[in-house]
Design a binder for this molecule. Structure first.
Ligand code: SF4
Length: 141
């Protein structure tokens, strides 16, 4: 799946869920709590394929799924730039010390598997936007 296909599909899914929570009268604080991994696994099984096995994308105690993916992620399915003869498709805007670029054949992608920044509740609170697409608008290069 291309980055943009995942992005657009997730934007729709996220919007529907936030609309449902708002209809239930939830405010920012409660919505952020709702997106806690443990709650999402129980109540929103279709939101993430990892939920079926209760598996976290990052092994941290309190994983928040509101910012899946990350506002600092940057991508272009046509390629951001060429490095030697390979094409780089993504990178981290803040060059997180826990992120890395990985080579997969002729492609280079940002690897965020060691970075939990956007999944911390404090980060979600600080960067919160009811409109996930708005919060993520910088991701599309
Ligand atoms: S943050 Fe991780 S566990 Fe949560 S929805 Fe995204 S991929 Fe799934």
């Amino acid at each position: 799946m291309s980055y943009i296909a995942w992005f657009e599909a997730h934007a729709i899914k996220h919007k529907k869920l936030v609309a449902k929570l708002l209809e239930c009268g939830m405010d920012k604080e409660v919505i952020i709590e709702y997106f806690d991994f443990e709650n999402m696994v129980q109540h929103e099984k279709g939101f993430c394929p990892l939920y079926a096995d209760g598996q976290k994308c990052h092994d941290i105690p309190s994983l928040n799924c509101y910012f899946c993916a990350c506002p600092n992620f940057r991508f272009d399915d046509k390629g951001v730039k060429k490095i030697d003869k390979k094409t780089q498709y993504s990178y981290c805007e803040i060059d997180s010390k826990d992120g890395a670029l990985r080579v997969y054949g002729e492609a280079i992608h940002q690897d965020c598997s060691k970075c939990s920044v956007p999944h911390l509740k404090s980060y979600v609170e600080k960067n919160f936007d009811l409109d996930w697409r708005q919060a993520m608008q910088g991701c599309i290069v």
